[in-house]
Design a protein around this ligand. Structure first.
Ligand code: MG
Length: 219
């Protein structure tokens, strides 16, 4: 079932519908709407930023940024913009149009910036071009919201959890993408992160497709 959105969020996302449809990515509309709603429902003071790990070309950022903008909350989008393991040559989600002919590496940064500008989110989204662990080491403050959708490999996914989840304030939200209970539907690490969160003071609040949303009840 598609989530029901409050009118202000629904109207803003409706105005961006064409951009959503033309932005490459791995976020079905119903999950994107649930993602936006999960941040919209975060009632912690707006001085606690939202953080997105793994922004790719910005499809999920449109949803999160739109909710953040309504709250006057900053959304920090962290990505090295070289593509995750599964985006590299020879892997299932490789897109050769994203390879920079000079560096011969994937480069999603300019397309990401374009998405942010077209979505009128330049004043909301703080773009961080860095490995998520490197940035976690220098980002010292508490955060109100975390979306984990970075590298889906075992090591990377668990490192993202270890380095970012402790920064979430009590009452803050954790959203995890690509959680599949059945191994036949997808890789294990995001499901493992979901299980770890249930043992780390978080309570499940909503499920939409492979998206899991939890709230931090205790430290
Ligand atoms: Mg994903």
């Amino acid at each position: 079932m598609t989530p029901i959105l409050p009118p202000d969020l629904s109207n803003r996302l409706g105005a961006l519908s064409e951009l959503v449809g033309s932005t490459k990515g791995f976020m079905p509309r119903d999950e994107g709407m649930a993602l936006a709603l999960s941040l919209y429902n975060c009632d912690l003071d707006a001085r606690y930023p939202a953080v997105e790990i793994g922004s790719y070309i910005g499809l999920s950022t449109i949803y999160l940024g739109t909710a953040a903008k309504l709250q006057s909350r900053a959304l920090i989008s962290v990505d090295h913009h070289r593509g995750s393991e599964e985006n590299q040559i020879g892997w299932q989600f490789h897109d050769k149009s994203l390879v920079d002919p000079v560096s011969q590496k994937i480069d999603t940064l300019y397309l990401f910036r374009r998405t942010i500008e077209l979505a009128d989110l330049s004043e909301t989204v703080v773009i961080i071009v860095a490995d998520s662990q490197r940035y976690a080491a220098v980002h010292k403050g508490e955060i109100g919201y975390l979306f984990i959708d970075g590298g889906h490999g075992e090591t990377q996914a668990h490192q993202d959890f270890d380095s970012w989840v402790p920064k979430i304030k009590v009452g803050g939200i954790l959203a995890i993408h690509d959680v599949f209970e059945d191994p036949a539907d997808g890789g294990r690490p995001p499901f493992e992160l979901f299980q770890r969160s249930l043992q780390s003071g978080f309570v499940l609040t909503s499920i939409q497709g492979s998206l899991r949303v939890l709230v931090r009840a205790t430290l």
